[in-house]
Design a protein around this ligand. Sequence first.
Ligand code: GMT
Length: 378
Amino acid sequence: MKIGIVCYPTFGGSGVVATELGLELSKRGHEIHFITYSQPVRLELLSNNVHYHEVTVPEYALFLYQPYELALSSKLVDMVKLHGIEILHVHYAIPHAYAAYMAKKMLQEEGIYVPIVTTLHGTDITLVGSHPFYKPAVTFSINKSDAVTSVSQSLKDDTLRLFDIKNEINVVPNFIDLNKYKAHFTDCQRGMMASDDERIITHISNFRAVKQIPDVIKVFNAIQKEMPAKLMMVGEGPEREPAEQLCAELGISDKVIFFGNSNEIDKILCFSDLFLLPSVTESFGLAALEAMASGVPVISSNTGGIPEVNVHGVSGFLSPVNDVDDMSKNAIYILQDAQRLSEFKRNAKATSERFGIHAIVPQYEKIYEDTLQKCMVL
Ligand code: GMT
């Protein structure tokens, strides 16, 4: 199949899922066309089967807001015609599903029919999409998609609760390439980050308010009072500066390393002992899954889709949002006993194996085939 993939190319779960999906589909013989405003961060190699088409928005001083949706719709029309793209898979409803619907309508005028698969990733529903300013357009775009998927049962339930949805929603969870997480970092650079007796705690996110960054710091603060420990903070975003400030106030700055964005999270995870994800809401928690695949247990909130990934008492522990005391207690329980820590590490890895790329990507392929079939009949 010739598949067009639209996504946000920056660091963030939806772009990562879209990119890894495209790359795996290309290995399975499909021709993939990424259409977005810059090359996705995890898309390193382009090939015969993997193409990238940049959407550019010409600046015009009259416009207070430059019309990205318009540029994207036009680019989709041009690329579908030029490359014979058969199906468009858009990740994140806003504004991608909306722009794709406009492209589909323009193409129909020329006798070309391209079905749209929309994948809902989380904040496009729970935080942004349900805002009254966007809700009618998001509802419309979901209902006009030819197939809709969500990354967890919890996100599906939220979508049906928040919007008036007529379409069926298929749950297709986030996935990981388990081969990438085979412990092959013989040069695992733990020694550069911490001494042998220190536990290494890690958090990876885009440092938005929804990630509840202060709770990461507070849980770590409680841990380091009980045992020698270091905290690795990976990512960039508006909450980074206040987080550095909080570390200074607590007098733990020397124990916290802020890395910024990184393309080498597998290397950081390979020397981590525990992962913290205390988010206010989280449709799935790809970062937690990536940690688990590296054999890192997870202390998380029990919100959204996280309980579908992190199994309480097995791969880590779940606590109510903001319950720093419970999260700290659970973290210390895992970390203070070496044998228990090893067991949680093994369990985390085993739990992640349910989400292997080879089990999940065929589910998307089936959705594409069914959608094309259904649209041919219509
Ligand atoms: O977590 C973020 O802020 C990034 C966001 C995104 O849209 O890129 O991630 C969402 O999609 C991921 C991939 O499906 C999910 O694993 C994340 O849980 C989800 N984030 C939230 O729901 C907050």
